[in-house]
Design a protein around this ligand. Structure first.
Ligand SMILES: *Cc1c(COP(=O)(O)O)cnc(C)c1O
Length: 236
């Protein structure tokens, strides 16, 4: 078995154990493999091990990989999880099935207008800055209802739920705490939007805490592909 296949198996096991601890069906948590900074060999190794959903942060990098994969790219489900600049919305609308970082109306409107009518509506998770960090992208919790209502009305978008990257819990804090407020926001959203079925939360270091607090989609990079070259981290 390749390292990637072994890592994937370990991550699936962690998800299964977290679901057991939370009394949840493991089928309610999907695994997104975050392949940013890794090449198509890594993606193909993960695919051979049964992984079909991939997350990318940088538009140009993702498009280059899709082109290199050629026809094999169509068998995969691509999620855009990075920050969204206005001048990148067309590429995102044309080349991804999901987008997780929508945090303002203008971006949502552009994505809907630019989504080709030949494709199914783009699946959208609205990003919320749940920890109130000034440096993070994401709308405020107060903005969630109006932004989600707008996304739900746009013809070429499909509201799927919320996404967040909460600040990690402090050393003496409950690791679930950062995800708790997010879970409450998601539960409230579902009262208004029954179609919202996705809470995109949890990464390599905190997937257990996220699953305990209702995450339905974990975004996992390092635990599957290994550590990333530091210099690429955070480059838009
Ligand atoms: C890079 C990234 C991940 C994956 O993080 P790991 O800690 O490597 O699992 C998840 N979500 C977002 C938004 C990311 O940018």
């Amino acid at each position: 078995m390749t390292d990637i296949a072994e890592n994937l198996q370990r991550v699936r096991q962690r998800i299964a154990e977290a679901c057991a601890a939370a009394g949840r069906d493991p089928a309610t948590v999907r695994l997104l493999a975050v392949s940013k900074t890794f090449g198509i060999d890594a993606i193909l190794a993960a695919q051979a091990a049964g992984q079909h959903e991939f997350g990318e942060n940088y538009v140009q990098e993702a498009l280059a990989k899709q082109a290199a994969l050629g026809a094999r790219s169509a068998a995969l489900c691509w999620h855009y999880i990075g920050p969204i600049q206005s001048n990148k919305t067309r590429d995102i609308a044309e080349h991804f099935a999901w987008v997780h970082g929508v945090d303002r109306l203008k971006i949502a409107e552009r994505l809907s207008a630019q989504r080709p009518s030949s494709l199914a509506p783009l699946n959208v998770c609205v990003q919320v800055n749940i920890s109130g960090e000034t440096s993070k992208s994401g709308c405020t919790p107060q903005e969630v209802p109006a932004l989600c209502a707008a996304v739900a009305r746009l013809p070429q978008l499909k509201l799927r739920g919320l996404m967040a990257v909460p600040a990690p819990a402090g050393d003496h804090e409950d690791p679930r705490m950062p995800f708790h407020a997010l879970h409450e926001l998601f539960t409230a959203l579902r009262q208004e939007h029954h179609e919202a079925d996705t809470l995109s939360a949890g990464m390599s270091d905190d997937l257990e805490a996220a699953i305990m607090e209702g995450s339905t989609l974990v975004r996992i990079g390092t635990a599957i592909f290994g550590s990333r070259p530091r210099k690429l981290d955070g480059v838009p």
